[in-house]
Design a protein around this ligand. Structure first.
Ligand code: NAP
Length: 326
């Protein structure tokens, strides 16, 4: 089978595509014929050696995908070959024609969900959902500020914030990106390339500040939000797409009695599988009803996986990018 291979950490352009042996499913695992792979920001960090996980070289990147079960390892009574499934592979391997995954990370695809949507619903929407529901405990009528609101997980947070009854303020670097956030339900828009983020959040909240901030960007944007939180607010630390991990003057949290709340969806999935599955069922319901949508920015072939990753890392994407195997 063909697989994308990372032989050394460094430039994304060093990725190669190779003919390798099919993987074999072990106990509790399934072999899946990959159809579509969701491309995520952490995939790009991983191959550059900039992510918290550093798999042993060589390895095949990619973790979120949709495919069809080809065969089962021992001890997988609840699944059958031929079933279309959504998979999450914490050990990577998805940018390939076939991948092996733990059966517990394999979810049957709801009917009528296309492969490219199924391949993209886990990581971005899963993170936003977990962050707003379990971590922030977002309440109806609260004000939610979403940074990077046209990005993969940001756009998901806009949609889910609206579904949970919040007033959503979307923050993006261009008017074109803000237009996508608005189409996806944002109530208010801030362009942080030419507006003062802290002042605008305060102005839009009657000086009260934001109840919840969803921050996948970090850097200066985090610092601006840290000074514009409401009393009892929750500042969600999602990621650092800007490349800068910010520092916080903790006196701000004392004065406003707000919390800084870490979010690590991968850890949640591993430690709370039952709650994760309940979240997925809610996401599937919202998808069926139309409140959750997967905005596909662009599609690439497996051979062009490096271009797909560069596109995601290049701050150009609105919604999600998908890699398909045929
Ligand atoms: N904690 C978790 O469990 C978890 C799960 C998934 C993802 N993440 C993290 O969340 C972050 C965003 O992921 P994503 O999938 O939403 O990525 P994405 O689709 O590329 O969106 C990231 C957004 O960040 C903004 N940004 C600001 N400075 C940037 C820069 N220098 N380069 C690129 N983007 C920049 C961009 O919006 P503007 O142009 O509008 O500023 C962009 O749309 C990543 O750091 C990722 O690792 C964390």
């Amino acid at each position: 089978m063909k697989a994308v291979v990372c032989e050394q950490y460094g430039s994304i352009d060093n990725l190669t595509i190779k003919e390798v042996n099919d993987p074999t499913p072990g106990k509790g695992e399934v072999l899946v014929k990959v159809k579509a792979v969701g491309v995520n920001f952490p995939d790009g960090l991983l191959v550059q050696g900039l992510y918290q996980a550093k798999p042993e070289l060589p390895f095949t990147p990619g973790s979120e995908f949709c495919g069809e079960i080809e065969s089962l390892g021992e001890g997988v009574p609840h699944l059958k070959p031929g079933r279309r499934v959504i998979c999450m592979s914490p050990s990577f391997g998805a940018f390939a024609e076939k991948a092996v995954v733990n059966c517990m990370m394999t979810i049957p695809v709801p009917p009528d969900m296309p492969d490219h949507d199924a391949a993209n619903i886990l990581c971005a929407h899963g993170t936003a959902h977990h962050a707003l529901k379990q971590r922030a405990q977002l309440k109806q009528g609260e004000t939610l500020v979403v940074l990077g609101a046209a990005g993969g997980t940001g756009l998901a947070a806009v949609q889910i914030g609206k579904l949970m009854g919040a007033r959503v303020i979307a923050v993006c670097s261009t008017d074109e990106k803000l237009a996508i956030a608005k189409e996806n339900g944002a109530d208010e828009l801030i362009n942080y390339s030419n507006e003062n983020l802290k002042d605008r959040i305060k102005a839009l909240t009657n000086r009260k500040g934001a109840d919840v901030v969803y921050d996948p960007v970090g850097g200066d944007a985090f610092k601006a939000c840290a000074g514009a939180m409401a009393r009892n607010g929750r500042l969600l630390v999602i990621g650092f797409a800007s490349g800068t991990i910010p520092e916080l003057a903790v006196n701000l949290t004392l004065v406003k009695e707000y919390s800084v709340v870490g979010v690590f969806w991968g850890s949640f999935v591993q430690h709370e599988p039952k709650v994760f599955m309940e979240n997925m069922q809610e996401l599937f319901t919202w998808y069926k009803e139309g409140g959750v949508r997967i905005e596909i920015d662009s599609s690439f072939s497996l051979e062009n996986t490096a271009a797909a990753l560069n596109h995601v890392m290049g701050r150009q994407v609105k919604g999600k990018v998908v890699v398909t195997t045929n």
